[in-house]
Design a protein around this ligand. Structure first.
Ligand code: ADP
Length: 610
């Protein structure tokens, strides 16, 4: 939601100033004034002269009064001017001075009157500082438009409030994610018509937790709920609560809920809630501020009754790291998964975003969606935008199918590297490598067919790649399918071996992926005979890359490693066999790709079946 409907509400209690800070600055200023300025003030009129001048003046009987201090001599002439000079080893000085008629005194610099001294050293600096402070405050307030400068804004939530705007996001703007929308529609209905629920005694959930990988539209969904329900929408990121000073976050939470209750019915959206909602582990040196903030949040959520019209939505992509107290019923009691879009969802998201750009010629969104398998909503939005940018770059009037297809590659693999020059030898190896993948994939009946093969280097570092297309949605994968996938990963290296009898570094990414799959088969999917259905690994970061940590003894680890090697080796050999059996096709296809640099799936299949 942007533009018109956005207002900021500043109806909060006066900001708390960190008094200790002012106190400290004030004391420092006083100290400096007293140490540096005051002594100089009283000695401003004293002229410094060398010892020779002092002697000459003594001889010329020009000295009126003299005072010998521990480290200097002060004296005045007949006109009353005050001089000073350094102290020297001069045994006859006193006699000479006496002879010259100088008077010995101890009060050459007249002490200022105690009242004046007090005024100068304490009252005046205080006045100056207070005045400066006032001036600064006024200036800061003005430049911050009221009360938003950091200093004066601590402990106050700066939740942005979006009030009923006409250009608000609606559910129709969020494509796909039907289950999540269904779940949230109930909330909208409640906000429209709370009586219906109160009559039966049904309690609305206080909080809903949107969980899913980044860029799947969690923020959008939350905004859409507010847009549909036409209620104010407070949005704040979890990290905004955490401040430098302990207690500030907690006071922000209090403030946010106070504002929300005033504006009820309304929606409070806390993005990246894991920033404050992490498990309290009780370790030494834990983050006090974060824990206090979390405690305050827990208290606030307990503090209001179910049906008071404040609904809290929160988003995270690390639900497993949240504190159990936060996810228990009564707080965030409903969890709404917002997953990566499936084929249909991807197509719809593409269409929603394509409406914002100009298209030229027929565009097959289904084909683009199939090519962009695994892409999130944000990536799809990016793909559409890249296509439009490409059209502008080429001076065309609208984006075409080709633009969309190319931009998938840009988003997935980076831009084409214009000046990466491969030697003929390298180019041939890369061709063989990519054809190896494609050929192994195509020859295994269950593998997805190839969409496109290219050997144009990309900025991501890929020298070439094979784009596979999944025909439909896949929710389950059989053991054979995973094995075939591993064989396909090893196909590139296998082709190098079959054709050139040597290997290159080009397969490093394949190796990584093949190993990951093989390991998961054994440790997580129970697909090995020896370990049966025992979980040997647990996934810690489901939505952020899916890191896994081993949970077994060292001996078992050794066995796992052995089995992983065996598994990959077996598939590697299978791939070599497939390529050996199709040696002629491998040569023919490699030459074809070498000449063309990019070939389509159809061309590939034609040669393969021809
Ligand atoms: P998240 O909060 O899950 O990280 P956002 O809601 O901020 O993701 O989405 C980022 C962008 O991705 C949105 O602004 C939108 O352009 C696009 N997007 C993501 N999911 C969808 C969707 N389902 N439909 C339409 N656009 C989407």
């Amino acid at each position: 939601m942007k533009g018109k409907g956005k207002t900021r509400v500043n109806t909060v209690k006066s900001p708390k100033k960190p008094l200790i800070f002012y106190y400290f600055v004030f004391m420092l200023a006083l100290f400096l004034i007293n140490v540096l300025l005051m002594p100089n003030l009283s000695e401003m009129k004293i002229q410094e002269v060398d010892y020779g001048t002092f002697i000459t003046m003594t001889e010329d009987k020009q000295i009126d009064q003299v005072e010998i201090q521990t480290n200097r001599i002060l004296f005045t002439d007949k006109e009353g001017n005050v001089y000073k000079t350094g102290l020297m080893d001069d045994p006859n000085r006193t006699e000479r001075l006496y002879a010259s008629g100088a008077q010995f005194s101890s009060e050459i610099i007249e002490e200022m009157s105690p009242l004046l001294s007090f005024f100068l050293s304490w009252v005046a600096p205080m006045l100056i500082i207070i005045l400066l402070g006032q001036l600064l405050t006024r200036k800061l307030m003005k430049s911050a438009g009221g009360a938003n400068s950091m200093m004066f804004n601590m402990g106050k939530s700066n939740a942005k409030v979006y009030v009923q705007s006409t250009d608000g996001i609606k559910f129709t703007d969020v494509a796909g994610e039907d289950e999540a929308k269904e779940n949230l529609t109930e909330i909208v209905d409640y906000l429209h018509n709370p009586e219906k629920y109160k009559e039966i005694g049904a309690q609305m959930p206080k909080g809903l937790l949107l969980v899913g990988p980044p860029g799947t539209g969690k923020t959008m969904l939350a905004k859409a709920v507010a847009g549909e329900a036409n209620v104010p929408f407070f949005s704040m990121s979890g990290s905004e609560f955490v401040e430098m000073f302990v207690g500030m976050g907690a006071s922000k939470v209090r403030d946010l809920f106070k504002q929300a209750k005033e504006k009820a019915p309304c929606i409070v959206f806390i993005d990246e809630i894991d920033a404050i909602g992490k498990k309290r582990d009780g370790q030494m040196g834990g983050n006090d501020e974060r824990e206090q903030t979390l405690n305050q949040l827990l208290t606030e959520m307990d503090g209001f009754e179910g049906n008071n019209g404040v609904i809290i939505l929160a988003a995270t992509n690390r639900p497993e790291s949240l504190d159990p107290a936060l996810t228990r019923p009564g707080r965030f009691d409903r969890r709404v998964p917002v997953e990566l879009p499936d084929l249909k969802g991807r197509e719809e998201i593409l269409k929603v975003h394509a409406k914002k750009i100009k298209l030229e010629g027929p565009v097959d969104f289904n084909r683009v969606a199939r090519m962009a398998s695994g892409a999130s909503g944000a990536e799809l939005a990016n793909i559409v935008n890249e296509a439009a940018l490409r059209a502008v770059r080429d001076g065309r009037k609208g984006a075409t199918q080709a633009d969309l297809e190319e931009s998938i590659e840009v988003v997935i693999a980076g831009y084409q590297k214009k000046n990466a020059i491969l030697t003929a030898e390298e180019k041939r190896i890369v061709s063989a490598h990519e054809i190896g993948h494609a050929l192994v994939a195509a020859k295994q009946t269950n593998s997805a067919p190839v969409q496109k093969i290219t050997i144009i280097p990309r900025t991501s570092g890929a020298l070439g790649y094979t784009m596979q297309v999944e025909e439909g949605n896949h929710y389950l994968m059989s053991k054979t399918e995973i094995e075939n996938k591993i064989a396909t990963f090893t196909g590139g290296r296998a082709a190098e071996e079959v054709m050139f009898g040597s290997v290159t570094t080009g397969a490093s990414n394949d190796i990584e992926q093949a190993t990951k799959l093989a390991r998961a088969m054994i440790t997580r999917y129970g697909m090995s005979e020896d370990f049966d259905m025992v979980a040997l690994e647990t996934v810690t970061n489901q939505y952020l890359g899916g890191d896994a940590s081993l949970a077994c003894s060292a001996e078992t680890q050794t066995q796992i490693d052995k089995q992983v090697v065996e598994l990959v080796k077996k598939q590697h050999n299978k791939a070599i066999k497939i390529l050996m059996d199709n040696r002629e096709k491998l040569n023919e296809l490699t030459e074809f790709l070498y000449d063309r640099e990019t070939i389509t799936g159809e061309e590939f299949m034609q040669i393969l079946n021809g």
